[in-house]
Design a protein around this ligand. Sequence first.
Ligand SMILES: *Cc1c(COP(=O)(O)O)cnc(C)c1O
Length: 408
Amino acid sequence: MLNKMRLLTPGPTPLPEKVRLALALDMIHHRKPEFKAVMLEVQQKLRRLFGTSQEVLPLACSGTGALVASMQGLFAPGEKVLVVQGGKFGERWVEIAASHGIAATVLMVPEGCAVEPAAVEAALQADPEIRGVFVQLCETSTGVQHPVREIAAITSKSSALLVVDGISGVGITPCPMDEWQLDCLLTGSQKGLMLPPGLTLLALSPRAWAKAESVKSCNYYFNLPLERANIVKGQTAFTPAIGLLVGLNESMNLFMEAGLENIYRKQWALCSMARTGIEAMGLRLFAPDHFAWGVTSVCMPGWADIQTNPADSSKTPETPGLKASAVLAEAAAKFNVVMAGGQGAFKDRIVRVGHMGWIDWADLAAGLHALYESCNACGAGLDNRASGDYLEKALAAYWRALKNGYII
Ligand SMILES: *Cc1c(COP(=O)(O)O)cnc(C)c1O
């Protein structure tokens, strides 16, 4: 391959050299002082990342494991919860609730849109028996950021706990758990944290801990009170993902050296760059408002009804627009840029350009170029005049945003 491989997917992401070197270190034993020291050190850094004074539990599993752990650890079968469903990951909460006998009221949100906090408030008022609200910080399948802070202002005044899937948000967009009064915040290793997959992190508020202690554990592996009793000693109940935790300590060093504020500024600048470049090409953004900071979703030309009629399967395959899979294959083959398509009904209708983790402006410039050229190679016929222009505009937007800082 003549081109360097650029992984511009919404997880996994490329890894910094320092993290890769930490991952290559000799194995250490998890019941020995050397490991305990790493755990206690990383714990302090994680609390800063999460913005919490509470313990941050590491669990060895993919991100979905933490979704299961929070649902089963906080709610008993028969209890009622409210789930915001605006994409694939919202849907996953619904499926997890069902698998555990928890009654989920589903608050449907059109794909590409964020939930209205007032709708959450109305749903809680309509059913006072709802014990928890589940939402994504970023719905990675659509590239939408939900207004978690505003939702927390509602749930913190109610008896319902707010559980936030921050898998594609923590370390990417500000989400200070204690200040915003979230009850559970969780994330995975392979998105903003610049690590391979296989590790998740989960923190609870004091009132969520009280609830967790009162729920009879139905899951032998995910036992939150047991994990908390261990983590205060720098331990975990079972063999932890030792290598990933050593790598996490290094990635947290990079975060702390850079400063969280600067990480968020950079993410904001990258997302401004992506959005400006994509619009300058003549392509449409799938989530024009309330957009995620780590992934930008782009409508493929020809799917005009994409937002108003997302599940309209009559459009496939007889009258399709440009197929995302063809564009992605071209970008990978010709430019060695790897991006993602949509999920579910949106598989071929959107391209998701990831810009989270160890990604910088030059990687994203390569991604935008690959997107533009690949769309045209597949027959999009994007305006030629845009070709000299969109990168210039995108880069100008990046440096401008970096200077001006972000807006929450
Ligand atoms: C990636 C992701 C998940 C799923 O994580 P896995 O590691 O694939 O289990 C869940 N929620 C969100 C918001 C994600 O971005």
